[in-house]
Design a protein around this ligand. Structure first.
Ligand SMILES: [Zn+2]
Length: 325
């Protein structure tokens, strides 16, 4: 447990102090995160030159890493390990049903200092839906990710439309909900069937070098992406790129309680929160902890127990993988 707490402390340090090659523990050659870019409510509505005129105010050789469609073990975890080893912070656009299936990973993403936005509940093509169903998908995704996080304040007001399937009406709707709609500047096309990690990196660097900066679009549900990321980060460093961490303005919990699992009466696992997680004096966490104490959490059910069981059922690739975005 001491090791876990120490890891939390390291992670929290990364939240407030931008990491750099000089400050990345254990890795003097790390790419690091060069600065934090805070987005205020109403400052932007549409971002990304793949679809829009406006994008993030990035300087030359600045990039923002984004990951869509997860979380999905083990690839999301491998990617988180890679980012942590390089002290790099990213932005995640989570799918509600994936967050519901993998709440442990959602909390890991947050506690390791990354930004979390949403990407609908079931990842349908919005262009084929009525606006009423679009609304249900957007709200459902936000509700599922919020439930997985256990704290609405941990979620950022960032949204990416599945398949980047925009229409004027959809964008107007998202703006009314005070969500910032993210497209991207550099597509890795990491979902292309048969893309090798090397090919993904080569394609990404070619497109990035042509623009000199931008939001990079990836998916943390693919093996090839997980394998490509260490190479890509190395290439970014070698080519003088700096990673910018984008955060939504607002008060956010420093961390949220980790989940462990308790077997329910029907024999199925029931995720619940650790009583002694680094939750500070947060009222919600305290209330939840009090509730959990009543359920007599014991050390006989370590944190990885439910996770391992859960992996068996959730490593199935989601249906939209073939279609990309
Ligand atoms: Zn997607």
């Amino acid at each position: 447990m001491r090791v876990i707490v120490a890891l939390f402390v390291c992670t929290l340090a990364g939240l407030s102090v931008p990491a750099s090659a000089e400050t990345c523990p254990g890795n003097p050659d790390a790419l690091g995160t060069s600065r934090v870019l805070t987005i205020n409510p109403g400052e932007f509505t549409l971002l990304g030159t793949m679809q829009y005129e406006q994008t993030l105010p990035l300087k030359d050789h600045e990039v923002v890493l984004t990951f869509d469609d997860g979380p999905l073990p083990p690839y999301t975890d491998i990617i988180l390990d890679t980012l942590a080893s390089q002290c790099v912070k990213a932005t995640y656009f989570l799918v509600g049903q994936m967050a519901h299936a993998n709440p442990f990973v959602v909390r890991r993403i947050y506690n390791e200092g990354h930004t979390i936005g949403t990407h609908s509940q079931h990842h349908p093509n919005f262009q084929r839906l009525s606006m009423r169903r679009v609304e249900r998908e957007v709200d459902g995704g936000i509700n599922s990710v919020t439930a997985a996080l256990g704290d609405a304040k941990a979620l950022s007001f960032f949204f990416r439309i599945p398949y980047l399937g925009r229409t004027n009406a959809i964008e107007r709707f998202l703006e009314r909900k005070q969500l910032v709609t993210w497209s991207a500047d550099v597509d890795t096309n990491d979902w292309w069937r048969g893309s090798s990690p090397g090919a993904i990196v080569k394609r990404t660097m070619r497109r990035l070098n042509a623009q000199g900066r931008g939001i990079i679009l990836m998916h943390d549900i693919h093996r090839a992406t997980a394998m490509a990321l260490p190479i890509l980060l190395k290439e970014l460093k070698a080519n003088g790129y700096n990673v910018v961490h984008v955060v939504a303005d607002g008060e956010r919990p420093k961390s949220i309680p980790e989940l462990i699992a308790l077997p329910a009466s029907d024999g199925k696992a029931l995720p619940t929160e650790l009583t002694n997680a680094a939750s500070g004096d947060h009222t919600l966490a305290t209330r939840q902890n009090q509730r959990i104490k009543k359920r007599r959490v014991s050390s006989h059910h370590p944190a990885h127990w439910w996770f391992q069981a859960n992996q068996v059922t959730t490593t199935k690739r989601p249906f939209w993988v073939i279609g990309g975005h």
